[in-house]
Design a protein around this ligand. Structure first.
Ligand SMILES: C[S@@+](CC[C@H](N)C(=O)[O-])C[C@H]1O[C@@H](n2cnc3c(N)ncnc32)[C@H](O)[C@@H]1O
Length: 880
């Protein structure tokens, strides 16, 4: 039910860093990681996560870091989530007085607080030990390791012989991860063998395209390897791509030296030649990149944007022209980006899509994985060839002079040429250990340093000095102290990498602390769609659709990025633009008509309809350090009044009863507060522009011009009193009974008694909760889903429609949440054979999706196209 519409900026650090369930940010962070949506994208047949995890030696994906397993590292490396971790010990070693000075200092005091802390830490043996272990490639667990690779390959072979193909695949992938790539190509045949072994395993598992890509890789590293040609011939035959198959097998035959091998190939060739004569070719082309279409199909934005200063939000974006709905406002690649730890073994580190079974790895360390050679090449950058020797020799000293000479000869400095994680690469494991936003700060620093060096500027390095807002002074003492500690550790890691190649300015540490604070306020969570159970039904276009399904899509936070221009867009709880991602590119699109000169604003997470006013304000204050001054937080709205409210005890009163205190000021203001703290001031809306509902819900605000209070538990329309706490308790009990339906492992055999109980609970909620409350919408939604799955589509439709009606009040009728709900309704109506209603609901949903995604709908929500085809087929067939 939650909506994935917002641009998720920067959720609270600890949740953001290590949890596996993520989301698009802000207080979206509260629903970390995933947001249930009704639909799905096409699933990967065998997710790499499963394959890598099926292997005993796989890298762990959560907060448990690889270095924690190392006997040598166990003693000292920082472990951010563990109370007795070295980082915690480091923090507690700092004297209270110094800690207080850091925590109480303002931004202007940074030169003094950072240098005092640095002086203290540098003299601390524990600190030197931590830095040593983080940066020493010999101690590190992220370096390539031929012995380990051989061991993993052996395990893969053993599993293959036992026909345990999934496990074999996991081991072969891990072996490739650890296998060192020597610059002179001496181990090419070993790598080719690994690719061919993995290809054979994938062939057995029916992963044909993946198999073909691995064969291509084996051939490209070792063109004379007969087995690679043979395997490619066989997989091409599986694709019925017979001429290619025959060609490959003929090449294999010419290269094979053993007579048994030759006769085997001859036999296969004979069979395939026969088939070739009988069958027309279908075939597939071999591609080394599953994300070949990384470029936007749409043209660059034509909207002119201006950055202007606003009285209460700082800088913000506007346009001198009117903007029509669904216009492409802005598209931007990040200045720097980092994958979240929860996705490190499951998603490509370049494009952030879910990694396929034939994942490829960084050539120099064991951290990044890529979905394709293309992403690997893009991430490594065009200059990586200059770096291989250094990285392979495990020598952590970068030859800056050589780098400058070789690179500046032909190229102007461009961040795209710089390997994204080169400074973290080669085996050091600070990149794997430090929190994601600290590693992101490191990437921005490294990019800045290398640009300076490439440009031949040998000036003393201070910091990138990004022109971005930060709220250091408003930060808590604990957070300031933590930023200091991390900045110091990071600086020492960077110094260790650049050694004498770089001279550091005195204020570099202060700059780094500020950079970390800028990242907190300005970084954006990149989210991608993830298909859930039942997804195949939709992407297959309903051809074999039996009616018993309700699919879902999750929105998963995969990475954290800094977009320079994207950082100038302010937040609104009712945004007029929508943010989404194509690979790592941020795309902003208008969702309504925007008048020239009006603020162009997106949501950082909290939105009207999803959270009420105090929740939104709290979230924005906690996560972004500002009190929201958007228009929706300045005017009393129906959604905020009713969302979490209860019914008036008077049966024919539509008044809302909430736990908030509402104080009506005589000058047409309403102060809203929970208890003493959080107070928000709202003006009364222009009633002529609102429908009758809001007046009915809060009659007292509109019918009176004197000052008064409405206390928690009193109706805002007639002042009748409700036993609020018992209403809350009863409503919560009823909700949890309904939610039991969600917990069932399968809805194929739902006990009737459970459904009956859920319906009784719904009746109770209807009596207790306000008719426009979110709890009621959610109850209807859960019950609709249960009925759809057990096959009672009539009931499913009734409850789905009821849920949509409420959500239209809470959000607005053209909000993306409504579109997702409408898709559920379409699937129900299709399964009822009601093509006309399905077509009408689909048209409404499609119009909203087009508004939010423009021509990108197909790519972001592939099922929408499948549904479109199904709906029109059904209508054509006259099902209506
Ligand atoms: C990503 S920056 C946006 C650009 C920023 N206004 C600037 O001057 O650079 C986020 C910061 O802008 C301000 N801001 C954004 N939206 C706001 C809002 N709705 N109300 C008040 N301040 C806002 C806050 O200071 C917030 O921390």
């Amino acid at each position: 039910m939650n909506e994935p519409t917002s641009l998720d900026r920067n959720p609270p650090r600890w949740r953001r860093l290590e949890t596996s369930a993520g989301d698009a940010g802000g207080s979206h962070a509260a629903a970390e990681g995933v947001e249930p949506l009704p639909l799905l994208a096409s699933p990967v047949a065998l997710p790499i996560s499963r394959l890598l995890r099926s292997c005993a030696l796989s890298r762990r994906t959560s907060s448990a870091e690889p270095w924690a397993q190392s006997p040598s590292a166990a003693c000292c490396c920082p472990q951010p989530t563990h109370s007795s971790s070295p980082m915690e010990r480091l923090k507690s070693a700092v004297p209270a007085e110094l800690r207080r000075a850091v925590g109480e200092g303002a931004a202007a005091d940074l030169p003094s607080t950072t240098s005092r802390l640095l002086a203290f830490l540098e003299a601390l043996p524990l600190f030197r030990q931590v830095i040593g272990e983080l940066t020493d490639t010999e101690l590190a667990l992220c370096r390539k390791d031929k012995g380990r690779a051989a061991e993993l390959k052996g395990k893969g072979n053993a599993c293959f012989s036992k026909r345990e193909f999934e496990q074999a695949l996991g081991f072969y992938s891990q072996a490739l991860r650890y296998f060192p790539i020597s610059p002179d190509g001496t181990d090419a045949s070993l790598i080719a063998t690994l690719y061919v072994n993995r290809a054979s395993t994938m062939h057995k598992l029916g992963l044909l395209e993946e198999c073909l890509r691995d064969c291509d890789r084996a051939i490209s590293v070792s063109p004379n390897y007969a087995k690679a040609w043979y395997r490619r011939g066989m997989v091409n035959a599986s694709f019925k791509n017979y001429s290619s198959s025959i060609h490959d097998l003929e090449v294999a035959l010419s290269m094979e030296v053993t007579s048994s091998g030759k006769s085997n190939i001859e036999q296969e060739l004979k069979l395939i030649l026969q088939k070739h004569q009988n069958v027309n070719e279908v075939g597939t082309s071999s591609s080394n990149c599953i994300n070949a279409d990384m470029q936007h199909t749409e043209q660059q934005p034509k909207v002119i944007l201006e950055c202007t200063s606003t009285p209460n939000k700082g800088r913000g974006m506007t346009s001198p022209n009117d903007i029509s709905p669904a216009s492409l406002i802005h598209a931007e690649d990040p200045l720097a980006v980092i994958i979240l730890k929860s996705c490190r073994d499951t998603h490509c580190h370049y494009c952030f899509s879910e990694a396929p079974a034939d994942v490829v790895f960084c050539t120099s360390c064991t951290i990044p994985i890529y979905c394709s050679n293309r992403c690997q090449e893009k991430a490594i950058g065009q200059m990586s060839c200059n770096q291989n020797t250094r990285l392979e020799s495990n020598n952590n000293v970068v030859d800056i002079a050589k780098l400058s000479v070789t690179s500046t000869k032909s190229k102007t400095p461009d961040s795209k040429q710089i390997a994204e994680h080169r400074h973290e690469c080669g085996g050091v494991h600070w990149a794997a250990v430090l929190p994601a936003d600290i590693v992101l700060a490191g990437r921005i620093m490294a990019q800045y340093i290398e640009k300076q060096l490439l440009a031949g500027k040998r000036s003393t390095i201070s910091g990138p000095n990004l022109d971005l807002v930060h709220h250091y002074d408003q930060d808590s003492s604990a957070s300031k102290f933590e930023s200091h500690i991390y900045a110091t550790v990071l600086l020492l890691c960077l110094q260790s990498y650049y050694k004498s190649g770089v001279t550091w300015a005195e204020d570099s540490l202060s700059q780094l602390v500020l950079l970390i604070c800028q990242i907190k306020v300005n970084s954006i969570a990149i989210v991608h769609m993830k298909s859930m159970d039942g997804g195949k039904v939709l992407t297959k276009g309903f051809s074999g659709f039996s009616g018993a399904f309700m699919c879902s899509v999750e929105q998963v936070r995969v990475a954290q990025a800094i977009y320079m221009s994207g950082s100038f867009f302010n937040h609104s709880c009712r945004p007029n633009i929508h943010a989404y991602f194509h690979s790592r590119t941020l795309i902003l699109r208008s969702t309504e008509y925007i008048k020239a000169g009006s603020p162009i604003e997106l949501s950082y997470g909290p939105q009207v309809g999803e959270m009420d006013l105090p929740e939104r304000q709290k979230s924005l204050r906690e996560n972004y350090y500002f009190s929201c001054g958007c228009s929706s937080c300045s005017v009393l709205s129906l959604s905020d009044l009713v969302m979490n409210s209860f019914c008036c005890p008077q049966s024919n009163c539509l008044g809302a009863v909430s736990e908030l205190i509402h104080h009506r000021h005589k000058e047409n203001f309403v102060h809203v507060s929970i208890g003493e703290s959080d107070v928000c001031t709202l003006s009364l809306p222009d009633v002529s522009k609102f429908d009758e509902d809001i007046v009915k819900v809060g009659k007292l605000f509109f019918k009176s011009d004197t000052m008064f209070n409405i206390d928690p538990g009193f109706c805002m329309s007639c002042r009748s009193q409700l036993d609020f706490s018992s209403a809350v308790a009863m409503s919560d009990r009823a909700t949890s009974k309904i939610n039991r339906l969600k917990e069932l492992p399968s809805l194929d055999n739902v006990p009737e008694v459970l459904v009956a109980e859920a319906l009784q609970s719904l009746e109770q909620i209807e009596k207790l909760r306000h008719p426009y409350s979110k709890a009621l919408a959610q109850a209807h939604d859960t019950i609709a889903e249960a009925f759809a799955k057990v096959g009672d589509q009539e009931q499913a439709r009734k409850h789905c429609e009821a849920s949509i009606k409420i959500l239209e009040k809470l959000y607005h009728p053209r909000h993306i949440t409504i579109a997702h709900e409408l898709i559920k309704l379409v699937s129900i109506e299709l399964s009822m054979g009601d093509g006309a209603s399905a077509a009408a609901a689909f048209a409404r949903a499609d119009a909203i999706f087009s508004l939010y995604y423009g021509p990108d709908v197909k790519r972001i929500l592939p099922y929408v196209d499948a549904l479109r085809r199904t709906v029109s087929e059904r209508v054509k067939r006259g099902w209506s």
